[in-house]
Design a protein. Structure first.
Length: 220
């Protein structure tokens, strides 16, 4: 089990959460850095420091970039990639709200190639559902579920074609998980073909304001 952790809280507001992630580097696939629905309008010194601490600890840092399900202009996406790299020295990118349909695959591939050219060693796509299978070959990791724990239990369906790929290519992001069931959520993800996950207790509008403490050595 490894964790992909979107941590959407300012380092000055919860420095302990960021320190915790740095101390748990061996258990983390990556941390998503999201200063302002992307890199923000200018470098944020607190995020610069947090990103540096994570990298020095050996934790992969992924810059958050919104694709708006394929509607966002490519120039805006590339600008975000450049800012993340220049300001925060990220190791890769987390392409959120990625499209999932076959019609958008070619454009998505172009954006991933643009990210690679800008030094992204790791590219994560987050359509939040199972996309057309070509997306799995495009990125290093694909988030095929993002949603509430109750939905995960009641409505998740795994397409047969996913079994052709190693579980390390898939991630499930699950919020609203009762703290006592955090480890069950991880086991459920593994059983459903995802070796990377992040179960958190948080709820909307921002379930990713804290890391999964019970998996990282602290009581929930």
């Amino acid at each position: 089990m490894t964790l992909l952790v979107p941590l959407y809280i300012h380092p000055a507001e919860d420095p302990a959460a960021w320190r915790l992630l740095a101390s748990a580097a061996g258990r983390i696939h990556g941390v998503v850095l999201n200063p302002g629905d992307g890199p923000g309008d200018s470098p944020d010194p607190s995020f610069v420091t947090a990103a540096r601490a994570l990298r020095e600890a050996g934790t992969r840092v992924l810059g958050y970039v919104d694709l708006a399900y394929g509607e966002r202009p490519g120039t805006a996406v590339r600008d975000d990639l450049d800012r993340h790299r220049e300001w925060y020295g990220v190791d890769g990118c987390f392409l959120d709200r990625a499209p999932a349909g076959a019609a958008d695959l070619r454009r998505c591939r172009r954006l991933v190639r643009a990210a690679r050219r800008r030094g992204a060693a790791t590219v994560v796509l987050n359509p939040g559902v199972h996309p057309a299978r070509g997306y799995v070959r495009t990125a290093d990791l694909v988030v095929t579920f993002e949603g509430h724990w109750t939905t995960y239990l009641s409505s998740f369906v795994r397409p047969r074609w996913t079994s052709r790929y190693p579980p390390e290519r898939f991630c499930h992001l699950v919020y609203g998980v009762p703290p006592a069931l955090t480890r069950l959520a991880v086991r459920t993800a593994l059983e459903r073909g995802a070796a990377v996950s992040c179960p958190v207790a948080g709820e909307l509008p921002n379930p990713w304001a804290a890391p999964p403490f019970s998996l990282l050595g602290e009581a929930p």
